[in-house]
Design a protein around this ligand. Sequence first.
Ligand code: ADP
Length: 495
Amino acid sequence: MKICFVSSECVPYAKTGGLADVSGALPKALAESGMEVKTFLPLYSSIQTEDYDLKPDISNQGIRIHMGRLSHDFNAWKGHLPNSKAEVYFIDCPTFYHRGELYTNQLDEAERFIFFQQAVLRILQNEHWAPDIIHCNDWQTALIPALLKMSYKWDALFKNTKSLLSIHNIGYQGRFSRDSIYGAGLPYKYYYPGGPFEFYDSFCFLKTGIMFADKISTVSQTYAKEIQTPEFGAALEGVLHDRKKDLLGILNGIDSSVWNPLSDKHIPQNYSFDSFLKKKKNKQALLDAFALPFDTKTPTIGIVSRLAIQKGFDIFKPVLEKILRNDVQFVILGTGEPEYEEFLQNMALKYPGKIAVTIGFNEGLAHQITAGADMFLMPSQYEPCGLNQMYSLNYGTVPIVRQTGGLADTVTDFTQFPTKGNGITFSEYTSDELFQAVERALKLFKNKQNWKKMVSRGMGEDFSWKASAAKYIKLYQQSKLIKQESESIKDKIYD
Ligand code: ADP
């Protein structure tokens, strides 16, 4: 099967969050399962072509894309995902992608990603490569299903091409001015209140994707159910509910060549469950680096996160000082909303020796915290999948999480289910429940026997991509079979 995987970020080239991890790992797993995979990514200025042995793609140079009255040219670059047969194409257009950051609030944000999606389809045409599936990810690539069914319908190349839209976070929807419809080359007549393109008086890329994709997936089974409810659906719950039949949750895997305590290149001491005592050296190195006192009896709680409300910092903030009254330390790495950056930095100044904070994005430190901490805190308001709890489980670092989305699907509370629990969970999104959960974890930490049971279960969990990739392949196969049904969806919407 031929799979075209389109994403706005991908490890190791460009990353702001979990989407990049998925985009780096899933195509690799698909290629290992015998799929022919081409991945597409913008060539951001932060990507150094020589670092990844990328070469200009001679057959795709100087291609002009028209977007309404605007037109720009791009060149493509090509390489392979590290240690993989999966090809990666990069869309090189400095006007759009040399911005210092992946995503912006600038006026042409819609055009940046319209251009990207058009460029992908143009390369496929140039290459005469007809994918069975175009796998789109999040709003930045969510117009492709509509483009295929309208603007590119004339091209027999795409006659049998189906589309899958994966939603990694419903909170990011790509809402822009209606004028962008012209730039996208889509018919304006589908923009009307409640229509396929319209969402609260804006042209919404994600809603358009949900309406036109042949299949929709999201990154955990629980989140697939949650986003059909008003609490989690970010106002798209109705649209998603209408497409319920085509919506599936597939839990992300983790890239065990990158996140494995036995071979992790970023940590001072590799270890496994059999050599668990060695983990202590990682704790010592981590605390030394942050000038925090080391004591095996004092539990260290790690956090690696975007500092956003979504991640639970609004319920964490009111109870942090109360938690710090215990014998406990925090090592926190994150970047995001200024309110939380400032708060955490102030806490670190107020409680030296108890809490260390690094503001920034640091891949190596993320690994060191995961390996060095005893516990890992994720009190998320919502969490489509979450990767850090899976990393932590495999590193023997007990997760304390709110029971939502992928956290609910991967972490089982030890106090409630002593025979299968692998971590600590709480359900209500309140500071009080968060506090109680941390207290329970601190108490359990003192019971070495129970702690070891939790650790052994977590380290034994298999989160490798193999199982999840097999589910995607099954979904691709189903997409190919739904020809008649998808025709009828299409008819209902715009014929
Ligand atoms: P999200 O995509 O919502 O941010 P995920 O848990 O799915 O959350 O993925 C986050 C990924 O980004 C993980 O690999 C995590 O380790 C990483 N990450 C988040 N913040 C940082 C940071 N400040 N420095 C390094 N890595 C980070």
